[in-house]
Design a protein around this ligand. Structure first.
Ligand code: SAM
Ligand code: SF4
Length: 441
C-alpha cells in the first residue's frame, strides 16, 4: 500500500506591537488565517509562518520591531522554510526600504492588505511580496475577528484618520477615515456577547468621527447599548474636536457607557497646539472638559501628552504642567516627541535636545503620579462595580478587574466569583496605579 503524504496544517505565530487598533487588527488577522487553514503557534520556534504586526508612531517602536526581526531572522537562517512577514503601520511607513534593511523578509503588508494574507502566504517565491496599497473602501466589515478571550473585547468601528496632526504618521500609514456599517458593528457585538464578552471597547483613531449614512457616533453608542449581554461600553480614542453634543448626550443618557474618557490633549500651550495643528485651543479643551463633567458627573479623564515638540520652550512646557493640574487627569500616556518622516512637522526640525525631552518627560510623569494618586485616593470608602478579569498578577487568591472609571481594582476572591462577573467592591486603599478593596456583597 502506498503511503499518502501526511499534510499537516501550517502554523502561524503572530506578535503585536503598538496600540489597541493593532491588537484588534491582530485578532482580525488571526481570524482570516484560521479560516484559511492556519493554526496558531504559541512560540515562533513552532511556527511555519512568523508575523510581526508593527507600529510606526515613534522611532523607538520601529527600532524594537527591527530588533525583534533580526532575532527571528536567525531562526529563519536555521530553518529557511519559515516565512517571515512584517505587517501593519511600519510596513506602510517604510515600504520597500524594509526589504533592503531586512532582506530575509518574505512579506511586507500594510493595514489594508490583511484580506489577501492567505493568498500572499501561499505564493512561495524568491522575491518578497510587498503590498502596502491603501484602500479607501476597506473596513473589514463582517470579516470576524478571533477575540483573544476575556470579558472585554475590542471592536474596530472606524479606520484611518483625516486630521493630519503635524507630528503624526497615522493618516499616512492607515489612510483616510472610513466607518464600519452599523449593522456589522452590532452583529459583531452581539456575537461577542453570545460568546461571554461583557464589555466592548469601540475603536478608531478618531473614533467619535464615526459616521455611516445617518448614523453618527452618538447614535452608534445608543445602538450598541441596546444589545443584551453587553453591560459596559467604552471607546478610544476620541478627538476633542469631534466631541459633539450627540456623543456627549449619548454618554450621559446610556448607563452602559462607562464614565471614563481618554481625551488626548497633547499640550497645554496654545502656541504648541497651533504648531501641532490639533484644531483646538487650551480654552476650548477646558471648556469641553467642563461640559463633559457637567453632563457626566464623576467622569474620569485620561490623556496623551507629547513633550519636546519642535519649538517647545520652557513656558510652553510649564503650560502643559499647569493644564494637567487644572484638569486633574486620572492618568496620562506621556511621550517624548519623535520626528516622523512624511509628517507635516518633519521639515520643521527637532529643536529640543534629547536630555531636555527626558527631563520634561520625567517631570510630567512625576506630576501625573501625584495627580493619579489623589484621584485614586478619592475612591477610598466607595463601593464600585468591578468587572472581574481574572487572577491578579500579585497576591495569591486576589482577583483583578476594572472599575467603571477604568481603574484596576484588586480584591480577595471567593470560589463563586469568576471572570466576567461584576462585583461590588468596597475600596479600602489606593496607590497611583490601582485600587485595593473587599467584596461588598
Ligand atoms: N488618534 C489619537 C488622537 O488623536 O488622540 C491618537 C493616536 S496615536 C496612536 C497615540 C498617541 O501617540 C498620540 O495621542 C500622541 O500623543 C502620540 N504620538 C503620535 N505621534 C507622535 C510622535 N511623532 N511623537 C511622539 N508621540 C506621538
Ligand atoms: Fe494622529 Fe492626530 Fe489622527 Fe490622532 S487625530 S491619529 S494624533 S493625526
Amino acid at each position: 500500500m502506498e503511503h499518502a503524504e501526511l499534510k499537516t496544517q501550517p502554523t502561524v505565530y503572530l506578535e503585536t506591537y503598538g496600540c489597541q487598533m493593532n491588537i484588534a487588527d491582530s485578532e482580525l488577522i488571526t481570524g482570516i488565517l484560521r479560516r484559511a487553514g492556519y493554526i496558531s503557534a504559541a512560540r515562533p520556534e513552532d511556527a511555519d509562518v512568523i508575523l510581526l504586526n508593527t507600529c510606526a508612531i515613534r522611532e523607538h517602536a520601529e527600532e524594537r520591531a527591527l530588533g525583534r526581526l533580526a532575532d527571528l531572522a536567525r531562526l529563519k537562517h536555521r530553518r529557511p522554510a519559515i516565512r517571515l512577514g512584517l505587517l501593519g503601520c511600519m510596513a506602510q511607513h517604510n515600504r520597500a526600504r524594509l526589504v533592503e534593511k531586512a532582506p530575509y523578509l518574505d512579506l511586507v503588508a500594510g493595514p489594508d492588505s490583511y484580506r489577501r494574507l492567505p493568498e500572499f502566504l501561499g505564493q512561495a517565491g524568491f522575491d518578497p511580496i510587498v503590498d502596502v496599497r491603501l484602500d479607501r473602501g476597506e473596513t473589514y466589515a463582517g470579516l470576524g475577528a478571533d477575540h483573544a478571550g476575556g470579558p472585554r473585547a475590542y471592536v474596530t468601528v472606524m479606520r484611518g484618520c483625516d486630521r493630519f496632526c503635524a507630528f503624526c504618521v497615522v493618516p499616512y500609514v492607515r489612510g483616510r477615515e472610513r466607518s464600519v456599517p452599523p449593522e456589522a458593528v452590532i452583529e459583531e457585538c452581539r456575537a461577542l456577547a453570545a460568546g461571554g464578552v461583557r464589555e466592548v471597547v469601540l475603536l478608531g483613531q478618531t473614533v467619535n468621527a464615526y459616521r455611516h449614512g445617518a448614523v453618527d457616533f452618538g447614535r452608534l453608542l445608543t445602538m450598541v447599548a441596546a444589545i443584551d449581554g453587553i453591560g459596559r461600553i467604552r471607546f478610544t480614542s476620541p478627538h476633542p474636536c469631534d466631541m459633539t453634543p450627540s456623543v456627549i448626550a449619548a454618554m450621559a443618557a446610556e448607563s452602559k457607557v462607562q464614565p471614563y474618557l481618554h481625551l488626548p490633549v497633547q499640550s497645554g500651550s496654545d502656541r504648541m497646539l497651533a504648531a501641532m495643528e490639533r484644531g483646538y485651543s487650551v480654552g476650548q479643551y477646558l471648556e469641553l472638559v467642563e461640559r463633559l463633567r457637567r453632563a457626566i458627573p464623576g467622569l474620569a479623564l485620561s490623556t496623551d501628552i507629547i513633550v519636546g515638540f519642535h519649538g517647545e520652550e520652557e513656558n510652553d512646557f510649564e503650560a502643559t504642567m499647569a493644564l494637567m493640574r487644572e484638569v486633574g487627569f486620572d492618568s496620562a500616556f506621556t511621550f517624548k516627541y519623535s520626528v516622523r518622516e512624511n509628517t507635516r512637522a518633519y521639515r520643521l526640525g527637532d529643536s529640543v535636545s534629547e536630555p531636555e525631552k527626558a527631563r520634561r518627560l520625567s517631570a510630567v510623569i512625576e506630576l501625573q503620579e501625584s495627580l493619579s494618586m489623589a484621584r485614586n485616593q478619592a475612591q477610598v470608602g466607595k463601593v464600585l462595580d468591578v468587572l472581574v478579569e481574572g487572577p491578579a498578577r500579585r497576591g495569591a487568591g486576589m482577583l483583578s478587574g476594572k472599575s467603571p472609571h477604568f481603574k484596576t481594582a484588586v480584591f480577595p476572591g471567593t470560589p463563586n466569583i469568576i471572570a466576567g462577573d461584576t462585583v461590588p467592591v468596597r475600596i479600602v486603599s489606593a496607590s497611583s496605579h490601582s485600587l485595593v478593596g473587599v467584596p461588598a456583597i
